[in-house]
Design a protein around this ligand. Structure first.
Ligand code: HEC
Length: 126
């Protein structure tokens, strides 16, 4: 009887600590892979990225004074820079392109992947 109780307690401890580690691994995995590439749209994904990192120079009103005349506010203008390869070339810091954001930190890997995904999906106005 005592042996059974001991075994039960040991199994209980193994089971619960097992679960604890599982949950922890899952938690870290979720934190490090939180990059939503399934619902990428122009309005909800692409524009906010550009707004946060590029509009200080490339909004319609700032483009001529600070952004070399390149506008990234209206859909059609962003689509032009996406299709000619300059949007990804600049944010990925590909050689042969001006590295963007100019004078600032590179976009995150997730943001770059989301822009790429929008292009791969056909640069839709969605
Ligand atoms: C501090 C101002 C500034 C910021 C912020 C900035 N740019 Fe630029 N960008 C420029 C200027 C100025 C040019 C014109 C080329 C040059 O002088 O480097 C330019 C040019 C470009 C071009 C055209 C490059 C070419 O080879 O013709 C693209 C595309 C571009 N930027 C995209 C972006 C994107 C995307 C962001 C945000 C992730 C961004 N830029 C952020 C200033 C900026």
């Amino acid at each position: 009887m005592k042996q059974i109780q001991k075994t039960t307690i040991i199994l209980f401890i193994l089971f619960t600590t097992g679960c604890y580690y599982d949950n922890e691994e899952k938690l870290y995995a979720e934190v490090s892979t939180t990059c939503d590439l399934t619902n990428v749209t122009f309005a909800v994904t692409v524009k906010p990225i550009l707004q946060a990192s590029c509009y200080s120079c490339h909004s319609n009103s700032n483009a001529n004074s600070s952004g070399g005349g390149i506008k990234l506010e209206n859909y059609a203008d962003v689509q032009t820079q996406a299709k000619n390869g300059k949007l990804m070339g600049t944010v990925k810091h590909t050689s042969g392109y001006q590295a963007m954001p100019k004078g600032g930190g590179k976009l995150t890997d997730c943001e770059i992947s989301q822009l790429q995904k929008w292009i791969d999906n056909g640069t839709l106005n969605n």
